[in-house]
Design a binder for this molecule. Structure first.
Ligand code: ZN
Length: 385
C-alpha cells in the first residue's frame, strides 16, 4: 500500500495467492461472473448456430480494414492516449520514438523460423536484464497493430511508473498488469471509433467484439482452472457442448491429469491458470475502469484513479483502484460490472446484422496465447503479454 493510506474498498477479500502473487479478490470475480454468465452462454450458442468453430482469435489480417502503416499506428496510439490523459501520451511518445524501448519489425521481413513478437518485456526480468521495459511488436499493417501497440506501450508505461516510484515489475500484483494495458487498449478503440474513415471505425468495432468475446469465453476457463471443478463451471457457463471449446477441454484434461499426480500437467495447468486468470478479468476490469474514468468529470479525481491504476505512487491492488474511483460498495461494484457487460453485449455476434456476423466468423483459429506455427499466415505469434 503506497504511503500507508487506508482504503475502504469493497473488501471481505478472500483473494487467493500463488507464486505469481495475489489474484483478483472474490468480490470482483463474483460481480463480473454474475453479470457475465448469461452473455457468455448467448455468445457460445450464437457461434454454434452459425457453424463456427470458435473463431475468437481472428485479429489482424482477418479483419478486412484498410491497411495502416506503422507510422499511422504510432501516431494513433499517441493521439488516443492524448485524448484520454496528457501525461500518458507524453510517456507513450517517448517510448514509441525510442528504438531501444520500442522494437518494431515488419512481419513480412521475418524468416520462416522467426517467432512473431507482440509483447512488452518488463525491465530487470529474465528476458530483459535492462533498466527499461522493451516493447517488441512485429506489425502486419492492420488495425491490430494500432490496438496492440497501445496495449504493449501501456505495459511499458506502467513499468516505467512503478520503477520511478522505486519498485519493480514483480512488486505489482499479478492481477494488475493486464488491467493497466487494457485500460490503454480501450483508449484506442474509443479513438478509432471516431476515425474519419468508416471502414476503420467498423474494423475497430469488430476488433473490440472479437477481443471481448474471446475474454468472455476465457473467463469461465480461468475460473474452472482455479477451483478444480471444471466440468461444472464449463457446463454452467458454456452449455452442454462445452467440450467443443478447445481451451475448456484442455483445462479439464489437465486438471484431471494433475489430480492423478502428473507433474508436467500440473506445471502446464499453473501456466494456463496464470494466463487465464490475469487476461480475461484484466480486459473486463480495464474496460470497466476506462468507462468509469471517462464519466468522471472532476479532473483531479480522474488523475487519482489513473495514478492508482498505473502504479504511479507504487504498486496497488484492484481494490485500491476501485476505492480511488469511488466504487466503494458491493452494489456499486455490481452496477459497474453490469454496465460493462452491456457495453460488451452490444458488440457481440447475434446482436448485429448478418454482414457483420459473416465477417466476424471469417476469423482464424490461431490462439494468440499459444506459440504455434501456422505456415499459411507466416510467423507464429508469441504470448501476448
Ligand atoms: Zn498484456
Amino acid at each position: 500500500m503506497p504511503n500507508g493510506e487506508q482504503t475502504h474498498a469493497p473488501q471481505n477479500l478472500s483473494a487467493f495467492t500463488n507464486t505469481a502473487g495475489t489474484y483478483f479478490p472474490d468480490t470482483v470475480v463474483k460481480a463480473v461472473t454474475s453479470a457475465g454468465a448469461a452473455i457468455a452462454h448467448d455468445m457460445f450458442e450464437a457461434h454454434r448456430a452459425l457453424g463456427s468453430d470458435m473463431p475468437l482469435n481472428g485479429h489482424g489480417k482477418n479483419i478486412p480494414d484498410p491497411p495502416f502503416s506503422i507510422e499511422d499506428s504510432k501516431k494513433l496510439v499517441i493521439d488516443a492516449f492524448r485524448a484520454f490523459d496528457e501525461d500518458l501520451a507524453a510517456r507513450a511518445e517517448k517510448i514509441i520514438n525510442d528504438k531501444k524501448r520500442c522494437v518494431l519489425r515488419d512481419l513480412d521481413s521475418l524468416g520462416p523460423k522467426d517467432i512473431r513478437q507482440m509483447q512488452c518485456q518488463p525491465a530487470e526480468t529474465e528476458d530483459n536484464p535492462g533498466t527499461f521495459a522493451v516493447v517488441r511488436l512485429d506489425y502486419d499493417g492492420t488495425i491490430n497493430d494500432a490496438v496492440y501497440l497501445a496495449h504493449e506501450v501501456g505495459h511499458a508505461i506502467a513499468d516505467e511508473m512503478v520503477r520511478n516510484a522505486e519498485f519493480k515489475h514483480d512488486d505489482t500484483k499479478a492481477h494488475m498488469h493486464e488491467i493497466q494495458s487494457h485500460l490503454l487498449q480501450h483508449t484506442m478503440y474509443d479513438h478509432l471509433s471516431k476515425h474519419d474513415d468508416p471502414a476503420v471505425r467498423q474494423g475497430a468495432e469488430k476488433h473490440f467484439a472479437l477481443e471481448m468475446a474471446r475474454y468472455l469465453y476465457h473467463l469461465p476457463v480461468g475460473l474452472a482452472a482455479q477451483d478444480g471443478q471444471p466440468e461444472q463451471v464449463f457446463s454452467d457457463w458454456l452449455g452442454e457442448n462445452w467440450r467443443d471449446y478447445d481451451a475448456a477441454s484442455e483445462i479439464a484434461d489437465k486438471n484431471t491429469a494433475a489430480a492423478q499426480g502428473d507433474k508436467k500437467a500440473q506445471e502446464r495447468l499453473d501456466d494456463r491458470r496464470d494466463f487465464m486468470h490475469a487476461h480475461p478479468l484484466g480486459a473486463i476490469a480495464g474496460l470497466a475502469l476506462y468507462n468509469h474514468i471517462q464519466k468522471t468529470e472532476n479532473a483531479g479525481k480522474k488523475q487519482d484513479v489513473i495514478a492508482s491504476l498505473m502504479g504511479k505512487n507504487g504498486p496497488t491492488r484492484i481494490t485500491d483502484v476501485l476505492d480511488a474511483a469511488g466504487v466503494d460498495s458491493a452494489a456499486k461494484l455490481d452496477a459497474l460490472a453490469k454496465d460493462t457487460m452491456s457495453d460488451i453485449a452490444a458488440a457481440i455476434p447475434g446482436r448485429k446484422d448478418a454482414a457483420f456476423e459473416s465477417s466476424f466468423i471469417a476469423g482464424g483459429n490461431d490462439a494468440p496465447e499459444t506459440v504455434s506455427k501456422n505456415e499459411k499466415k507466416g510467423p507464429a505469434l508469441t504470448a501476448r503479454s
